[in-house]
Write a protein that binds this ligand. Structure first.
Ligand SMILES: [Fe+2]
Ligand SMILES: [Fe+2]
Length: 269
């Protein structure tokens, strides 16, 4: 029977864009049909071995082109940038499966579903880009998105706290005003795509909350306090800070408690 960790190894190390999407959908289909094995048989290669396609070329954020919605080029740059976020999100979902072993089968099923949804998000955005005769890879992309994966590659609780419960959770804060902007300019297609993605992303963050809380409990840790410790340690080490304007309603749906939201509000600016 095909094995989920073989799929994870392939998607993270050998694939090109089309292959990545096909393998992801295939693995999810097998899992749904009860035809995927979840036993950890292969060994884990270091995160430095993860392979990304040659295109897009990756640039530091300060070198990225400006994204103004008022021009066709600006809109294309915007959709290319978020297509890249979704592309890296497929990798992030596969990486949490690949790197952290000996967890319940449900954990792997959950994140495989996330990988499958990220692949759908990517395809929706790529389709939108192709309408303006641009394909994913034609423009440069932000180089920083994978840094967090590398920073969190040794510890599942740090990964869950910083990737789904901070980076993806931040997406829940910034997406609604963006959708509003597209409503104002009458771009119904963009509104439909971004709304669909946002709904799924609430589920991804909720998945992060579910597993962070459950694994903390198993280790006898107080999940709320430990989450705060990890976030503060991260910003202490890396600089930067928690950004204000949390979308309390969406974060609540994604498993943030009232006391966590109050703490976050007090520690952001
Ligand atoms: Fe996504
Ligand atoms: Fe996601």
């Amino acid at each position: 029977m095909p094995n989920i960790f073989d799929y994870a190894e392939k998607t993270l190390h050998h694939s090109h864009c089309e292959e990545l999407l096909a393998l992801t959908h295939e693995a999810q289909r097998l899992a749904m049909n009860g035809e995927l094995n979840f036993e950890s048989l292969n060994s884990v290669r270091p995160i430095e071995k993860v392979y990304f396609p040659e295109h897009p070329i990756l640039l530091p954020p300060r070198d990225m082109p400006k994204r103004k919605f008022t021009t066709a080029a600006g809109l294309a740059a915007f959709f290319h940038a978020i297509a890249h976020v979704e592309f890296v999100a497929i990798y992030l979902a596969w990486d949490i499966i690949y790197r952290f072993r000996d967890l319940p089968e449900e954990f792997y099923r959950d994140w495989l579903r996330v990988a499958d949804e990220e692949a759908q998000h990517f395809s929706l955005l790529r389709g939108r880009l192709q309408k303006s005769d641009i394909d994913y890879g034609d423009l440069p992309a932000h180089s920083g998105l994978w840094d967090l994966a590398q920073h969190t590659s040794n510890d599942i609780l740090i990964r869950l706290a910083l990737v789904p419960r901070n980076m993806e959770a931040h997406g829940l804060d910034v997406a609604p005003p963006l959708i509003e902007k597209f409503k104002q300019i009458g771009d119904d297609d963009a509104v439909a795509i971004l709304t669909r993605i946002l709904n799924d992303e609430v589920g991804h963050v909720a998945m992060g909350s579910k597993w962070f809380n459950q694994l903390c409990e198993e280790k006898g840790l107080n999940a709320e306090r430990y989450y705060q410790t990890l976030l503060l340690a991260y910003y202490d080490e890396k600089g930067g800070h928690l950004k204000a304007n949390f979308n309390r309603e969406l974060r609540r749906s994604a498993g943030f408690s009232e006391s966590e939201l109050t703490w976050l509000a007090a520690h952001s600016h």
